[in-house]
Design a protein around this ligand. Structure first.
Ligand code: ADP
Ligand code: MG
Length: 778
């Protein structure tokens, strides 16, 4: 049961020009195999047989391999390919231990071979050494296979269902595709690998004694390897003639044959050859019949292999060389997504520069990271109290919430909410239509709660960049994510909401605060954990906020205390400062987006785009022939089809490849096992980079806070929300790790926010109401 490291049968996409060496059968042959791909896959072969004299087979190993190398040189000379380094497949039909496809340690010679100093050695090394010694040509041995494997591969070329190979010739042996999870010797559980059974040795431990006859024992005693290959000696061609002869001798002796006459010929060992027995025809038929009788539940078909050992070796070589080339090219592609620590530090540094630009008066108007003041001046102190309405717009769902906050010894927050759909035509229609729809939803919610007659204070979580001049005024700078309603950019969204409430003439509300979801998240966590002074969103979009010193916020009067700044860091890179790490795939995603050229950082690290990056890489790899048999399906062409939730599923450690395959199947992507491995790698590269650059941005923020406060060491909590952060299996740990590495002087604690945009908006509204009352008093 020797692993062969052959991982797949031919899939019909093999092509190229190969050399096959075939050593171990009755002849030593060298073949040139050209597999081409015009319309139909065709195989063209030329071969030559070389003598392998007895003295070479039984001489020293180095002499044997010198001979092989010499014949190979001669063959290449005749084929005029001595200057080409064609990939070579080596059919070496002896039991070998593989650790790779192109490494094969001979365990023991069998059949008539006996060259010294080869057992226990890697035959690829021996052959390479012999070729190097000659120095007149170069060779690239890609694969060593057994003749059984070659046979299976050859038949597999014509019929993909062929997953077993049997040799019944001089010797006998078999191989088959085994599930990798059953092969303890080889790492990995996914997919299959061909196992060379070496079943000729079956019975060597005595398990066949009850069926072996006196003739079998006599054959064994007279063989060069007594006690070995007992099954082979009962089954294969090398001994069949002799078996017949021994039986005939006995029958003659007993007078049952030849009138008891025993001729000298009959007593001559080897006189009867298997070809004389000439039972091949019947042998095959009997074999088929027996197999079918013993496994009636399986439908076994037998296919005769044509020049299995040569063509099959070429197939394995084609597969191996393509795999090697493909693996290299895919690795190169994905390497663009692996950022070095240096690059990440550079991202952190640039974020810091952009933060400064956003805060400073004279650069603020052109800054990409806008650093918008939120007029939230403090985190909650526990005295917040009352019933509040909250709206959450800008995420995947639009929600209306009623939040009941109770202060005192036992602080409680009770929430009721309802989700409403925002049809795409409303999202991308006029501003009035959008806000009328919002107010309609509020109306429905108030009916549902039976609260239409109270003038509730309302917090409006509006997760888009807004330039605020007070807690309850915010001018939309520009839409992001999927939104595109007209006549809103440049307008105060609170006024738009108030106007729509008036238009409806059904109820009244007191809009107290417009809130970004990052701020809501920070506030929600700060309510439980006072050290929380940063908010982070890793959901549809990516954004952060934190408590900045007033003296640093040049766009707001006053130098005392702190104010929360909505960074709008998603736009980081919009001035080209990330172009050196962006890839062609990021460009493609940007080009196809609603807001091309904008939110470049967000497009590298948020839920709305990760799947799209993956899809664009998959398209490219498919175009290059590495995936999905080179067929770009309609599915793959569909924008948004590869949602980020699939990344989470595919990258889940608990998921077997088969399940990855079924996810892809579900997406309409017909994938092989190898495809699934590649897709998983692609997903991993994309989400890994996303988590790292998000971490680099966060490292810039916490280090700035530390410096603001003149501390050598900062302990701080970041409140986080977002489905990408919550559900992706690797995003959060990698992000945490990156922050740790890039901001070593900060001890950053991440706290998951529970419903930041709802609860947070209510808390901010509560704080707003309290401040208002204080103002009125004074
Ligand atoms: P939002 O950011 O819109 O307020 P969420 O935080 O729920 O809302 O994020 C939703 C986004 O998260 C979706 O647009 C999608 O990109 C991504 N997402 C959804 N499911 C998953 C998942 N299982 N794993 C990772 N990301 C997901
Ligand atoms: Mg959200």
């Amino acid at each position: 049961m020797l692993p062969t490291f052959v991982r797949s049968i031919p899939d019909g996409s093999e092509k190229g020009d190969f050399i096959a060496l075939d050593l171990g059968g009755s002849n030593f042959r060298i073949l040139r195999v050209k597999v081409s791909h015009e319309k139909k896959q065709t195989v063209q072969m030329e071969s030559q047989i070389y003598e392998t004299p007895e003295d070479i087979i039984h001489g020293s190993g180095s002499r044997l391999f010198d001979h092989v190398a010499e014949c190979l040189g001669d063959f290449m000379e005749k084929q005029k390919i001595k200057d080409k380094k064609l990939p070579i497949g080596f059919t070496f039909s002896f039991p070998c231990a593989h650790t790779k496809l192109d490494e094969a340690v001979l365990l023991t010679w069998t059949k008539r071979f006996k060259a010294s100093g080869v057992e226990g050695m890697d035959v690829v090394k021996l052959l390479n050494k012999a070729i190097k010694k000659r120095g007149d040509y170069d060779a690239d041995i890609m694969a060593v296979v057994n003749d059984t494997v070659g046979t299976m591969m050859t038949c597999g070329f014509d019929d993909q269902r062929c997953e077993v190979g049997i040799i019944i010739g001089t010797g006998t042996n078999a191989c088959y595709m085994e599930e990798l999870r059953h092969i303890d010797l080889v790492e990995g559980d996914e997919g299959r690998m061909c196992i060379n059974t070496e079943w000729g040795a079956f019975g060597d431990d005595g398990t066949l004694e009850d069926i072996r006859t006196e003739f079998d024992r006599e054959i064994d005693r007279g063989s060069p390897n007594p006690g070995k290959q007992l099954f082979e000696k009962m089954v294969s061609g090398m001994y069949m003639g002799e078996l017949v002869r021994l039986i005939l001798v006995k029958m003659a002796k007993e007078g049952l044959l030849f009138e008891g006459r025993i001729t000298p010929e009959l007593l001559t060992k080897g006189k009867i050859e298997t070809k004389h027995v000439s039972a091949i025809e019947k042998y095959a038929r009997r074999l088929h019949k027996t197999v079918r009788r013993l496994v009636p539940e399986s439908d076994v078909r037998f296919l005769l292999s044509e020049s299995g050992s040569g063509k099959g070796a070429a197939m394995v070589t084609a597969w191996a060389s393509r795999l090697a080339d493909q693996t290299r090219q895919i690795a190169e592609t994905l390497a663009e997504f692996r950022l070095t620590e240096e690059q990440l530090l550079e991202v952190k540094k640039r974020m810091r520069t952009e933060i400064q630009n956003g805060l400073s008066k004279n650069t603020q108007s052109t800054a990409t990271v806008k650093m918008l003041p939120t007029y939230v001046r403090s985190t909650p102190d526990g005295t917040e109290n009352g019933d509040f309405l909250a709206l959450d717009l800008g995420g995947t769902n639009f929600r209306v919430l009623l939040v009941k906050i109770r202060s005192g010894k036992r602080r409680t927050v009770e929430m009721h909410n309802k989700i409403y759909a925002i049809p795409i035509e409303v999202m991308q229609g006029t501003g009035d239509e959008l806000f009328d729809h919002i107010v309609y939803c509020i109306s429905d919610f108030l009916d549902y709660m039976g609260m239409k007659n109270t003038r509730l204070p309302l917090g409006f979580t509006f997760s888009f960049p807004c330039r605020q001049t007070s807690l309850d005024a915010g001018i939309l700078v520009n839409w992001t994510k999927g939104f595109k309603a007209t006549d809103c950019e440049g307008e105060d969204v609170v006024s738009l909401l108030r106007d729509a409430i008036k238009r409806r003439e059904e109820f009244d509300l007191d809009v107290v605060a417009v809130v970004n979801d990052t701020v809501g998240t920070m506030m929600t966590c700060a309510y439980e954990e006072p050290t929380c002074e940063v908010g982070l969103i890793a959901g549809t979009g990516s954004n952060a906020c934190y408590m900045e010193e007033m003296r640093n916020i040049e766009t707001v009067d006053g130098v005392e205390g702190r104010m929360c700044v909505n960074m709008e860091w998603g736009a980081f890179g919009d001035n080209g400062c990330l172009d050196d790490i962006r890839t062609q795939y990021d460009n493609a995603v940007d080009d196809l987006s609603l807001n091309a050229g904008k939110q470049k950082y967000e497009k590298m690290c948020s839920g709305m785009y990760l799947g799209e990056i993956v899809r664009n890489i998959l398209i490219d790899l498919t175009k290059r022939g590495f995936l999905f048999r080179g067929q770009i399906s309609e599915t793959l062409k569909t924008r948004g089809i590869f949602e980020t939730k699939y990344l989470s599923q595919i990258e889940s450690d608990r998921l077997a490849l088969l399940q990855v395959r079924s996810i892809l199947q579900h997406l309409g992507l017909d994938s092989t096992c190898d495809d699934s491995i590649i897709v998983k790698e692609v997903c991993g590269a994309v989400s890994h980079r996303a988590a790292q650059i998000c971490g680099a941005g966060m490292a810039a923020v916490v280090d700035k806070i530390r410096e603001n406060r003149g501390l050598d060491h900062l302990d701080i909590t970041v409140g986080v929300d977002g489905t990408l952060y919550k559900l992706h299996p690797h995003f959060s740990p990698i992000m945490h790790q990156t922050v740790k590495e890039l901001a070593p002087n900060c001890n950053v604690n991440f706290l998951l926010s529970e419903d930041g945009s709802g609860k947070g908006a209510a808390l901010i509204t509560a704080v707003g109401c309290r401040l208002r009352q204080q103002e009125q008093k004074s």
